[in-house]
Each structure stands twice: as C-alpha cells, then as structure tokens.
Write a protein of this length. Structure first.
Length: 165
C-alpha cells in the first residue's frame, strides 16, 4: 500500500536488538507531568523497516513523504503499520497517515470519523489532552464539538485540513 506520511505521533520508542541495530517505533503521546508519554486508550505504532531506520538515523524523524507500507495489522493488544521503502516515482497515495490532537475540532470519540474510510492506528488520552493517529482515505473526515475537518489531498505529496465550524 502507498501511504503519504503527513504527520506522525509525538512519542518515539527505541529498543536495542541483539544483532546490534536499534528498533524504532512511533506512536501517539500526550504531555503529562513527566513529559510526552504514550497514554494509550488504543495502542498502536508505526514500526520502521530498514530503509525507514536509515532515514530516521539521518534526521531523527521521518519527513512527510510517500512510503510503501504493510497493511494496518490489528491484533488483540496492538495495531501496527510498517514503513518499508519509498515507492517508485509517480506513485499516488492510497491512504494518508495523519496525527491530530483535540485542538483541531475538539474532543474526539471513537465515532468521530468514518470507520469505513479511516483506520485508527493509535489513540492517546490524558485529562483534557488527546492525540490520535489515523490512516485515512483522501477526503476523509473528522467530526467533533468544534466542527468538521476534511483531509484534502493537494497533489501527490501534500494535504491540508479544511475545517468548518
């Protein structure tokens, strides 16, 4: 699947592998009294394949770009999507990976998006703070007490939220 990485979660997790490399994951997180931490209501993560680890090691982030990914896997306690490699030139995104906070349209619930067009990767929440990572179809929507937001794809590599109150 070709996915446009628009924005990732604010929590990065790392673990040393016995073969000498570092495994890296990204997930949602919210700031609490001890910093930004995953406060998972629904636990999920973006794992980095070899090419993504190389890019992460150069920049200490993954910049907005197109990626070939696995399908979103849903296990009992974990949802996971792996970034494998950049697709061939001219590829068009099938889905957009986007992370939003409750600042976009207010407090989000489990029914704040079209479940047929949007897959939830991770959902963190603590007190009045939320961060949700979603795998959305172009022109997918979110609805909250502050309005409705539609994710508009502007070409192959950029997208923006259109919010109506």
């Amino acid at each position: 699947m070709v996915v446009l990485i628009h924005s990732l979660g604010s929590a990065w997790l790392q673990k040393a592998h016995p073969d000498g490399y570092i495994r890296v994951w990204n997930t949602t997180g919210v700031r609490d009294n001890r910093g930004v931490r995953p406060r998972s209501k629904i636990f999920g993560q973006i794992s980095l394949g070899r090419a993504a680890r190389v890019e992460f090691n150069k920049r200490e982030t993954i910049t907005p770009s197109l990626w070939l990914t696995t399908a979103l896997e849903k296990r009992t306690e974990l949802r996971q999507l792996q970034l494998i490699a950049h697709p061939p030139a001219g590829s068009y995104p099938e889905r957009i990976l986007v992370t939003v906070s409750n600042g976009l349209v207010g407090r989000l619930t489990d029914s704040a998006w079209d479940s047929e067009q949007t897959g939830i990767v991770s959902f963190s929440e603590w007190k009045d703070r939320q961060e949700v990572m979603l795998l959305m179809a172009p022109f997918g929507w979110l609805r909250g007490p502050g309005g409705t937001a539609v994710l508009r794809l502007d070409g192959r590599m950029t997208c923006n939220w259109s919010v109506t109150k």
